[in-house]
Design a binder for this molecule. Structure first.
Ligand SMILES: C[S@@+](CC[C@H](N)C(=O)[O-])C[C@H]1O[C@@H](n2cnc3c(N)ncnc32)[C@H](O)[C@@H]1O
Length: 346
């Protein structure tokens, strides 16, 4: 029996772990970069805005953190417009082995660079960062342990740091829930991981995109059962830490935002909004092709129809469109997104 956080870490990143042995997201779940080119096009538009705000420096970075198969990094490299193409340095960061077949011009590494001037995007990275899994018992939050068959046991009460995090970000302990078990995941490791990435941005923008919840969701009881889940070959499955499947939990992006503000110095503007709003801001809108195109240019019609379907998937409020975009603008004189929304930092 291991603490869930450790079991999760070993199951994904330990010897022969799910990601460590080179399993790719495209075999198991569908992320925005895998939907089609529209997501990368939006990221290139954002990179162009960042580059403009930086005054088009001699070198501008694009960093894809938790790059998986590197699809986003590769598309950004290939789609960069000529005014960017010879200045952009594209880096894909992943702890897992890089793909055997790589696009020239994408540098792979296992840790985020420490000095970035440009744009960092972490798409569905933080949900794969293991964190403490907790259950409320006897009026206290306790850690949950698990064996490799998925059988759980209740362990020790949480330490002071986790207790403080729960008190601020998941303060549901005193609410009765009709006898049902209250569970939670503490975001402390995600807060640390994201703060460390943003700290490396000297000037530019850092974006974490993920399925998420906010304090209001937690207070309203929408995640009372916790969000830990497994994914295997496109299906949601039980979270069993045996290395066979991806393990994931939604991200408290509002807590990550506050951690960055507490831990990163310098001028910083932070926004927490949705993918749907950001993509509209970046010009990704759905346009169904005209039926008459099918007669004159059937392949053109098919391309346009596929793109329109992809945009619908990327912006669907119940799916990828509802994903959180946590955006930090670091030392930038002008805003790069109009779709600001409310600041998550109080
Ligand atoms: C859910 S996948 C997302 C892949 C890709 N960004 C996408 O959207 O298709 C998460 C990726 O994060 C990587 N990862 C997890 N922890 C990491 C770390 N500390 N540093 C770099 N990569 C990490 C995993 O190996 C995995 O490839």
């Amino acid at each position: 029996m291991l603490d869930w956080e450790l079991a999760w870490s070993r199951a994904l990143y330990g010897p022969n772990g799910f990601f460590a042995r080179g399993e790719r997201p495209d075999g198991h779940f569908r992320t925005s970069p895998l939907v089609g080119p529209a997501f990368a096009e939006a990221v290139v538009t954002l990179l162009d805005r960042v580059d403009h705000a930086l005054g088009r420096p001699a070198r501008v970075d694009f960093v894809d953190v938790g790059a998986g198969g590197g699809e986003l990094a590769e598309e950004v490299r290939e789609r960069a417009p000529s005014r960017l193409a010879d200045r952009v340095v594209v880096t894909a960061v992943d702890v897992a082995p890089s793909p055997a077949c790589r696009v020239p011009g994408v540098v792979w590494r296992s840790t985020p660079p420490r000095r970035v001037v440009g744009l960092v995007v972490a798409n569905e990275w933080l949900d794969a960062v293991p964190c403490p899994v907790l259950v409320r018992r006897g009026g206290r939050w306790r850690r949950v342990g698990v064996d490799s068959a998925g059988r759980e046991a209740v362990l020790d009460p949480v330490d002071a740091a986790v207790r403080a995090w729960l008190g601020r970000w998941w303060p549901i302990g005193r609410r009765a829930r009709g006898g049902a078990e209250l569970r939670a995941e503490a975001g402390t490791p995600r807060d640390r991981a994201w703060t460390s990435v943003v700290r490396g941005v000297r000037a530019g923008v850092a974006v974490a995109v993920d399925y998420h919840h906010r304090l209001a969701d937690r207070l309203a009881g929408r995640v009372d059962a916790g969000t830990l889940a497994g994914y295997l070959r496109g299906r949601r499955v039980a979270p069993i830490p045996d290395g066979s499947r991806d393990l994931t939990a939604h991200v408290a992006l509002d807590a990550c935002a506050a951690a960055v503000h507490a831990g990163v110095g310098g001028p910083l503007r932070t926004t927490l909004t949705t993918q749907r709003r950001v993509l509209a801001d970046l010009g990704v809108v759905r346009a169904a092709p005209s039926p008459s195109l099918a007669a004159t240019d059937p392949f053109g019609w098919l391309d346009a129809a596929a793109r329109s379907g992809g945009v619908a998937e990327l912006t669907s409020p119940e799916g990828l469109g509802g994903f959180g975009w946590l955006v930090h603008e670091v030392a930038l004189p002008v805003r790069v997104l109009a779709s600001g929304g409310r600041s998550p930092v109080h």
